[in-house]
Design a protein around this ligand. Structure first.
Ligand SMILES: Cc1cc2nc3c(=O)[nH]c(=O)nc-3n(C[C@H](O)[C@H](O)[C@H](O)COP(=O)(O)OP(=O)(O)OC[C@H]3O[C@@H](n4cnc5c(N)ncnc54)[C@H](O)[C@@H]3O)c2cc1C
Length: 477
């Protein structure tokens, strides 16, 4: 059967892209090599702008439920370490400096959510299923050939024909490699592990993050979670299976204790390899998420990047299928600089984490800067992504991702912006009448400024813009 879009990978980014396409009226096919979702512990939270992208699709209640359940489990440990305020308004950290205070942000309500990757993938899979998206598990993409009119994809379950192929197949993306995307960047310099373990004497590891003379070790907040980093080179073999003995040795080296692992439930090995595709599109082949960019997990930014890639790409790909292929060029133009900045800040976090006295001196200065309100806002807004601004013009709101807000409607009612966006499409918010193209709805407000919001939440026009609303509507819709 001929497909409109085949997505390779049912990780968080592939699933959310499928949701975005379905909301825009396209039925993608997702192929995933694993029979069951990967339960390996990865992200512990969803960054602010990714959480907002999910809220714009009606997923706020599901995120809230999960975050509440997580806080019920981890809240006491977090509270003991960082105080009650940090638990109410988690702001994240920069290089293990837990100094970010949400109240310094321009809008303290724009914040990360404590929803780990596994429940997040469950939430996304359930919504994709509700929207009728087909996810074929146990099917591996093996090869593909691009033609003028489409792509022929070879999978372990036979060939597929599709108009577009999107690689959401993670950091070692086969789509990226087979298509020949360039992937420049910096090589790994560190070796890290994240594992869920049962220790013989857990009291030997102090809870929280600790820089020691030999590296970094973090213990908790969830039971049995240990995270290490050593700064003396990459792992000798990144593809070798992870053994309990190597994780135990790393914990012992960094902590300087003789603590032993009784059982290890799961483990990942990670590095600071930081690379990014130079373009996210080659004809009918596109990349999103880790397939397009990889970096160390410091600051917890991978999901925030990948999910917003999916939000940016979904509606543009749907438009391309209706003949507006040129819209896809704005995908790389908008999203590449955002990831490039994350790669840079993760490199800086690695540099600032090194266990030597010179780095300690630098950390003291950076800590002092982070304690200044302006500095604190800089770090907080950079890590949460709320300062993202695509280059759409000179009005400061243009190109930013709209925060949720309560709108007073001309009929006397009130509605939240994100609720009005749940069904997809663009939104023209204005007290003034005007005719709109298909795919844009009018939120008829009582008063206030007028603006045009794209389906991905980006503000594409305001009444303070130098361009006309007609130009903005023609460009994006
Ligand atoms: C230790 C660690 C800690 C992290 N902590 C954080 C954090 O705190 N916050 C944060 O935001 N991020 C964190 N991350 C990063 C985050 O996990 C990733 O950014 C995220 O998983 C990327 O999602 P993705 O969908 O792009 O790729 P993936 O999650 O890698 O999904 C790719 C999917 O594609 C499938 N696939 C691959 N090849 C094929 C093929 N040929 N055919 C079919 N299917 C295929 C895979 O099986 C997989 O299911 C962490 C990562 C690690 C390793």
């Amino acid at each position: 059967m001929h497909q409109d879009v085949v997505i390779v990978g049912a990780g968080p980014v592939g699933l959310f892209l499928a949701i975005e396409l379905a909301v825009a009226g396209v039925r993608p096919l997702v192929v995933e090599r694993l029979l069951e979702p990967d339960r390996t512990i990865k992200a512990g939270g969803v960054g602010a702008v990714a959480a907002e992208a999910l809220e714009r699709r009606g997923l706020a209640p599901a995120l809230d439920d999960e975050a509440r359940a997580t806080m019920a489990l981890m809240g006491p440990a977090l509270q003991a370490r960082f105080g009650a305020g940090a638990v109410k308004r988690p702001g994240g950290h920069f290089s293990g400096l837990f100094l970010i205070d949400q109240s310094n942000q321009r809008d303290p309500h724009r914040r990360m959510r404590f929803v780990a990757q596994e429940p997040l993938e469950r939430i996304l899979a359930a919504r994709a299923n509700e929207l009728g998206v087909e996810v074929r598990r146990g099917v591996t993409m093996e090869a593909f050939e691009q033609t003028d009119g489409g792509v022929t994809v070879q999978t372990s379950a036979g060939p597929l024909d599709t108009k577009y192929l999107v690689g959401c197949d993670g950091g070692r993306s086969r789509v990226r490699k087979l298509a020949g995307f360039e992937f420049p960047g910096t090589d790994a310099t560190i070796t890290g592990y994240q594992a869920i373990v049962e220790l013989d004497a857990p009291e030997k590891l102090a809870p929280g993050w600790h820089r020691t003379p030999r590296g970094l070790i973090a213990s908790g907040p969830m039971l049995g979670r240990v995270f290490t980093a050593e700064f003396n080179g990459p792992p000798p073999n990144r593809d070798a299976p992870i053994t309990q003995a190597e994780v135990e040795a790393a914990i012992q080296r960094v902590s300087g204790t003789d603590v032993k692992i009784r059982t290890m439930t799961m483990a990942t090995r990670w590095t600071d390899n930081a690379r990014q595709a130079t373009t996210y599109r080659m004809g009918r082949i596109l990349l999103a998420g880790d397939a397009a960019h990889v970096h160390s997990p410091f600051g917890g930014q991978g999901l925030n990047l990948g999910l917003v890639d999916a939000a940016n790409l979904g509606w543009k790909l749907a438009a391309a299928l209706k003949g507006r292929d040129n819209l896809l060029d704005s995908y790389t133009a908008e999203r590449h600089p955002v990831a490039a900045r994350v790669l840079e800040n993760t490199r800086a976090q690695v540099a600032l984490m090194r266990p030597d006295p010179l780095t300690s001196a630098l950390r003291t200065i950076v800590s002092d800067l982070m304690k200044l309100p302006e500095g604190n806002r800089y770090f907080g807004e950079m890590l949460s992504g709320v300062d993202i601004r695509y280059d759409l013009g000179d009005d400061p709101l243009l190109g930013t991702l709209a925060k949720d807000q309560l709108l007073t409607l001309s009929n006397g009612g009130e509605e939240r912006l994100y609720v009005l966006m749940e069904k997809g499409g663009g939104l023209f918010i204005s007290p003034s009448e005007r005719s709109l193209p298909t795919g844009v709805r009018h939120a008829h407000t009582k008063d206030g400024i007028s603006m045009l919001v794209r389906p991905d939440g980006c503000i594409a026009w305001t009444d303070a813009s130098s361009n006309s609303v007609d130009d903005a509507l023609a460009r994006w819709f």
